[in-house]
Design a protein around this ligand. Structure first.
Ligand SMILES: CC[C@@H](C(=O)O)C(=O)SCCNC(=O)CCNC(=O)[C@H](O)C(C)(C)COP(=O)(O)OP(=O)(O)OC[C@H]1O[C@@H](n2cnc3c(N)ncnc32)[C@H](O)[C@@H]1OP(=O)(O)O
Ligand SMILES: [Co+2]
Length: 150
């Protein structure tokens, strides 16, 4: 937590945690292969290898864009959290944004104190091996928000 705080926005005196940069914008897609062809072959972006994350019900590919990323998400398994979204948006669409926080438990407490629902009671380990939590889109202006501890 302490080394991360140095990289993040200045923590105001007395504040237990700080919001950092935009880590990624996630796009749910029907075919990772076709999306990778767009970003890697047409747009010439630096693109990671696919990573299957069965515990999250998705396979991810990261498009590296300097200091931030696009996360491409494809459904994995029969209980994928993006299944309904893909039914509603068969050609894909913007799925969530992910912002960094210096202390995820403190950030969760703060959002809960402000009536914002977290989608799990505890953080999970996300695609970068760091703790992540999602906030309900209905409490965040219609946007699904992921917080990642850095
Ligand atoms: C790889 C790990 C990690 C990382 O490290 O980066 C990831 O990013 S994993 C990504 C996939 N995982 C998740 O998205 C987990 C959190 N999401 C969920 O738990 C669910 O997707 C959800 C947000 C609770 C939605 O559940 P769902 O069953 O799809 O739909 P509902 O119909 O119950 O939705 C309720 C309501 O919310 C609207 N909605 C749903 N998804 C989104 C969205 N992505 N953006 C904005 N709004 C969304 C949905 O339309 C419903 O609204 P109404 O139709 O008005 O009722
Ligand atoms: Co994400």
């Amino acid at each position: 937590m302490f080394s991360a705080v140095r990289r993040l926005a200045t923590v105001p005196a007395g504040a237990p945690w700080a919001l950092g940069k935009l880590n990624h914008v996630a796009v749910a897609v029907p075919s990772l292969e076709k999306s990778v062809a767009l970003y890697r072959d047409v747009l010439k972006a630096n693109v990671s290898e696919p990573q299957a994350l069965p515990e999250h019900g998705v396979t991810t590919v990261f498009v590296n864009l300097g200091d931030t990323k696009i996360e491409l998400l494809e459904e994995l398994g029969d209980k994928s959290p993006i299944a309904k979204f893909m039914e509603k948006n068969p050609s894909g669409g913007m799925h969530h944004i992910c912002m960094e926080v210096s202390d995820i438990k403190a950030a969760m407490q703060q959002v809960k104190d402000n009536g914002i629902r977290t989608l799990t009671p505890e953080p999970k380990i996300g695609a970068h091996g760091k703790p992540v939590v999602f906030l309900h889109p209905k409490d965040c202006n219609g946007v699904l928000v992921e917080l990642e501890e850095e």
